[in-house]
Every structure is written in structure tokens, then in C-alpha cells.
Design a binder for this molecule. Sequence first.
Ligand SMILES: [Zn+2]
Length: 302
Amino acid sequence: MASLRSPSCPLPCARPGRARVALCLVLLAATLAMATEQPPPQALRSDSGRFVAANAEFTLLHEMGHLLIAELDLPVLGREEDAADQLGFISLFLSYGRQRDADFYAKLLDIADYWRLEWQRIKPAEEEVYAWASHGLDAQRFYNLACLIYGSDPDQLEWVPKVTGLPVERALYCDQEYAQVRKALAWVEQQHGRTANEPIRHRIQVIYEPLSQYLEDSQHLLAQIRRSGEVEAIAARASEAYRLPRDLVLRLSNCGAADAWYSRTGGELVLCYERLTYFHALAAQLPRLRQTPAPALCQACR
Ligand SMILES: [Zn+2]
């Protein structure tokens, strides 16, 4: 995010007098303040490939959250689905290290916006998420993620509440929410993390099932995902970071539904090819979504 991090003084300051320096600093501060209020242009540009990759990665990391909860026998306060979202978000966030540039935030916004699209989608009854369900409502998952993104660096991300419509009442405490999630992961790492000298006893093996004939059209999409090596990287990171109690499998498979899950019984995380094609189809709606004024959406949700 070079434009935000390297603001240049808007006055020619080559021969600064004291008043000129003061004015320059004021203008510099104003420029900086304006800059943090503006989203990087990438964040609002719709990119179908980036949307699919970002949401495939988050889906895998959400399911990896379930895997860690089950395999490491983690204590969970609140709903497991919320904990899996939080573990997925913070794992993705931290895996990018200090590379928090405009593309990174564009990716995070793609993930939050997936839930905004789900929230707006008119669904058949069997796909509807009800208040009694184990998952949060789509709108809640959207705001939860928007809050964690903003809370990760409120000073630099003033544009996030504006773009997402995250109300100030929630935004005020997002830094605390982010800190809680970060602390929870630090605890997991401390309790179950593998030290550098410890051998890796168990790994997560990645298996790609052959693509069904009816998904032939998605061949290129799968090839893209495989080429990126992201699935293998996620499996390797988890195998190396934690003391897993047994060998596990991460399977990409044809399921007949746009789904993903972790099976405790089989020790298997499944990501359905149909989910990737679904992300691809949904990405076509991004340009329309990003023209929708966020505050109007927020009024609708109250
Ligand atoms: Zn889940």
C-alpha cells in the first residue's frame, strides 16, 4: 500500500522555514488522514481469479480450524463455526507475514464480500441459514470478518468501515476482537505448536480426485489452483506448525454440492470442486455488489 505508507509532503519543502515546516507537517498529516480513509483501488476492483483463490484459501483454513479443534482437542467457547471462522481468518492473516499490501487487503475484502453476496442471494429453503443453525447468519459472518479486517490495524484501515458499512458501534471494539483472536491462536501455538527441533511425526496428505465429467468446464479453474501450490502449502504449514496426533488427508473431490467439511471419523478434510466453480459463478456479481452503497445495506440489516 505504497500510497498510504509513503506520503510525500504536498508543499515544495526544499528550503523550509519554520512556518513552512509547520504548514508542511499539517498538510502531510491531512494527506495521511485522507489516504487512510480511501481504499486502495485494487480493493474495489473485481477480479474473478483473485476472488476464487481467496475464498478457496479461506474455506480451506476454516475447515483447517475444525481440524485443529478436533485433532488438538482445543477448548471452544461459543459456537465452533465462529471459532473456525476466526481461526481461518487469523491463520490466513498471519501467513502473509508483513506483506500487507493493497493486494492483501483486496483479498481479505473478497472473503468478506463472499458473505455479503451470500447474504443478498435469494436462496431455496434448503440452502437458507436459519437463526437456530450451527453457522452464523451470512450477514453476521460478513460483519465478523469485516470487523477482524478493520481491527487488525484501525489506524491504517479507516476505509474498511466505509466500504463494508460496518457500523461505528461495532467498529469501535474491533481492535479488541482482533486482539482476542490473535491471543487465542498464540495460546494454541504455545500449547500445541511444534518446536523447530522436533521431528514432524504426522502430516496432512493432499489428494486430488479426478474431475467428474460434468465438471469438465472447470478444468482450467482446477489447473489454476493446482499451479498455485496453495493447497499443498496450507497442508504443509499445518503439518509443520502443530504436533498432529495422526496422519490426515486433505481431499479435493467431486461431491455433487458446493460444500466443504472436516470429518473427525475419517481424519479427512474435503473441499468439493463444486465449491470452486460456485465461487467462480458468484464472482460475476462482484461488480454489481461493489456499486451498492454499503450504508444502504447496513440500514437494511438493522
Ligand atoms: Zn465450518
